[in-house]
Design a protein around this ligand. Structure first.
Ligand SMILES: [Fe+2]
Length: 302
């Protein structure tokens, strides 16, 4: 008999997600990741066992300690390599300069998948942010509030090797190539902290939903104008060659927090609407005053 302990994984960064994984405990209190039958790894028992081991690492993790290494195999290191081969040229076309600079500063290995601990150590030197493993359940309020402390709660598993450019759930490719690289830029790290501070101020679930949508349209799918061109700074765009290539097809709207807060999104499709800031400074000019007003009331004007 199993008992369900967790519900969803990183709901705030469900890039292309159609199904979230469930985690249960078996009779020995070991984590069991329940993949959806449509998941590319559903019939691969070795992959599923690694997913269980990785979930166990997070469940036993003590905050502040080094993150234990995940048991990645060669096929998974090859996934990482394949992703970089596909995404590097697309970054050159569509990523903002701050992201390209942060990518150079973080200097990730591209021939093998780095462990969270290695990435976290480099990140801490660049912006003070650290990565901590998330087993499964990360409620939006908890996930966002951790950002205020400079902690990014990260998945540690990688997508199934049979589909290296597709994931039905956020994985370590998304967390590292999307979030860790952007967090290596001190300004984007500050943006994450500000959203985290707002989460701490939220008094209602309605306010938290509004903040979740700001997170979505900035930290996950934000774009800004650079020398007249629209460039990505959102982790959901920057961690997916497919999302980046579709970016020019999206409707680009002016950066407007009130509109973002009210606009629902669908995690299962390429994002049809993106909000474009005039510059990095422009994002902060809008967000800073709004952050202070979270917790005051559930309505506001911008
Ligand atoms: Fe994300």
């Amino acid at each position: 008999m199993t008992s369900r302990v967790s519900v969803t994984i990183d709901q705030m960064s469900d890039v292309g997600s159609t199904a979230n994984s469930l985690i249960s405990l078996d009779r020995d209190q070991r984590a069991v990741v329940e993949l959806d039958p449509e998941h590319p790894g559903f019939r691969d028992m070795e992959y599923r066992e690694r997913r269980n081991q990785i979930a166990q690492i997070a469940m036993e993790y003590i905050p502040g300690e080094a993150v234990p290494d995940a048991p990645y195999v060669d096929a998974e290191h090859n996934v990482w390599k394949t992703v970089w081969e596909a995404i590097d040229p697309v970054h050159e076309k569509h990523a903002c300069q701050a992201y390209l600079d942060a990518k150079a500063a973080l200097d990730l290995p591209k021939d093998h998948l780095p462990q969270l601990n290695e990435v976290s150590a480099k990140l801490q030197k660049l912006s003070g942010f650290r990565l901590e493993p998330a087993a499964g359940l990360v409620e939006p309020g908890v996930f966002l509030a951790a950002l205020a402390e400079g902690t990014f709660m990260s998945t540690q598993y990688i997508r199934h090797p049979s589909a290296p450019l597709y994931t039905p759930e956020p994985d370590v490719v998304h967390e590292i190539i999307g979030h860790a690289v952007t967090l290596a830029n001190p300004d984007f790290a500050e943006l994450n902290r500000l959203v985290g501070q707002a989460a701490l101020r939220c008094k209602t679930s309605e306010e938290l939903d509004r903040l979740g949508r700001i997170y979505w349209y900035t930290i996950e799918f934000g774009v800004l104008r650079e020398k007249g061109e629209v460039k990505a700074y959102g982790a959901g765009l920057l961690s997916s060659a497919g999302e980046l290539e579709q970016m020019p097809e999206a409707e680009i709207r002016p950066f407007n927090l009130e509109e973002m807060e009210a606009l629902d999104f669908d995690v299962t499709v390429y994002q049809p609407v993106l909000f474009c800031a005039d510059s990095q400074e422009d994002i902060f000019r809008h967000i800073r005053p709004r952050i202070l007003r979270f917790g005051e009331s559930s309505s506001h004007s911008v």
